[in-house]
Design a protein around this ligand. Structure first.
Ligand code: AMP
Ligand code: GLY
Length: 427
């Protein structure tokens, strides 16, 4: 098979790495890719908002399967674009329809969906631009902390949590009236604060059958001890020590099954990954959010634990035979740490040479923001590299990744130093 992966982050490198080892693979392409994906296949330079360029690429390269990494093309309807095109409509594309992607593309849509299907989540109300007064009145009926969410996609920045009613009121005004997050905040979901511990679960479904992939926990804040600004993710680990069998059974029964049944009953086509952000409150799961794709850096710890031929799994999902797959999961712990550019998630510089990438026996290095220029690998983004290690336990896995991290160098390199420490008490 000829496979095209859309995207350019650590997630896409992890997909490319796994798929490059498949016995079913003929040629692998990644668009636009990065310096790491270029080691697994051929990078194709195109923009993910240019659906016509993607179409030309799929046709001219005789692609048999497309995997969509990030959410934007899905929310913008790439799957529907394929379905409506005579030459593309029979080429399987792993990702949900535009309607299915609304589970991530609109917080209000996802909250309404959860309410319709009695899926446990925080209580909420949605307010539009001309309902600022009502929104402020609603805030005053809640207890702090206050949770405000821009309805639309806001590059992971659209959630504001504040303990102060005046600050929350001001933020709501900024979001609704001054469109702090552009059109994404022309509607705002205000919801109850869920006090618990977070983790994520990942499902691959064809809309009928499903596989629950290994769960993971990511670290969102830039600073040690979960301080400072939110990022795309500074590291991740799988399995999650506090997600025991009883808890995961509740996740399946109360969340995964009703979600897939709900999509089916509402005739929303969904072939692809569903990422469910969860809060564990005293052993009970609540949905914080849905994403219509895999997580990054969660993919960098989830995929290394899946021993199956990933391309076979995805082909079966696309052909309606997902029920034939039994997942073979590595019982080891996978831990990844992100090396980021100094200044991230605010302003940072790019173009620094990265050294120490050869001879890394203990870990797998997934490239995120990197580029190959004149045979030199250089930094090309905020999150630069994800370093994943497998070991018999969480402490050893993080230790290995930290050792590898220390041997890789670039100007301004930063990583969190405390990953995994919060979980030791659950071991
Ligand atoms: P989201 O973009 O929906 O993932 O939200 C970003 C982060 O905000 C989540 O990962 C949680 O840490 C936090 N968060 C979102 N909603 C809630 C909530 N209702 N209660 C507590 N924390 C939340
Ligand atoms: N790491 C969080 C995400 O991919 O959305």
């Amino acid at each position: 098979m000829n496979v095209l992966i859309l995207g350019s982050g650590g997630r896409e490198h992890a997909f490319a790495d796994q798929i490059s080892k498949s016995k079913l693979l003929n040629k692998l392409y990644i668009a636009p890719g990065n310096a790491g994906t270029g080691l697994c296949g051929t990078n194709v330079n195109l923009s993910l908002i240019d659906f016509d360029a993607i179409r030309n690429c799929v046709i001219s390269l005789h692609i048999n399967l497309v995997i969509v990494g990030p959410e934007d093309p899905l929310v913008n309807g790439i799957v529907d674009f394929f379905e409506q095109d005579e030459l593309l409509k029979n080429i399987p594309i792993i990702g949900p329809s535009k309607k299915g992607a609304q589970l991530e593309g609109s917080k209000d849509f996802s909250k309404q969906f959860m309410m319709r299907h009695s899926i446990p989540t925080a209580q909420y109300q949605t307010f539009t631009q001309n309902q600022l007064k009502e929104g402020i009145a609603f805030l005053k009926t809640l207890h702090p902390p206050y949770v405000l969410k821009a309805d639309g996609l806001a590059a992971g920045k659209g959630v504001i949590i504040s303990s102060n009613i005046n600050e929350a009121t001001q933020e709501l005004t900024e979001m609704l009236q001054n469109l702090k997050f552009g059109n994404a905040s022309s509607s705002v979901v205000i919801e109850e604060f869920l006090d618990g511990i977070e983790l994520s679960t990942f499902v691959l479904t064809n809309g009928t059958d499903y596989l629950i992939l290994p769960e993971a926990k990511d670290y969102k804040r830039i600073g040690d001890g979960d301080t400072g600004l939110n990022t795309g993710g500074m590291g991740a680990v799988s399995p999650v020590p506090f997600a025991d069998k009883a808890f995961m059974k509740k996740v399946e029964d109360q969340i995964v099954i009703p979600t897939i049944k709900g999509l089916k009953n509402e005739q929303i086509p969904y072939l692809g990954f569903l990422f469910i952000g969860l809060m564990n409150i005293n052993g009970n799961p609540f949905v914080i959010e849905y994403n219509c794709r895999m997580g990054d850096p969660e993919t960098e710890v989830v995929l290394p634990r899946i021993k199956n031929d990933l391309l076979e799994v995805l082909s079966k999902a696309a052909n309606g035979n997902l029920n034939e797959i039994i997942l073979d999961i590595d019982t080891q712990t996978a831990a990844t740490i992100m090396l980021v550019s100094g200044g991230y998630p605010e302003n940072y510089e790019k173009g620094f040479e990265i050294s120490g990438l050869n001879n890394l026996y203990e870990s797998t290095v997934y490239h995120a923001g990197t580029v190959l220029e004149n045979n030199i690998v250089k930094t090309n983004g905020g999150r630069v590299l994800a370093i994943t290690s497998l070991a018999t336990n969480l402490t050893q896995a993080f230790n290995k990744s930290y050792q590898t991290a220390a041997s890789i160098k670039f100007s301004g390199k930063y990583n969190r130093g405390d990953l995994g420490k919060d979980l030791i008490k659950y071991l």
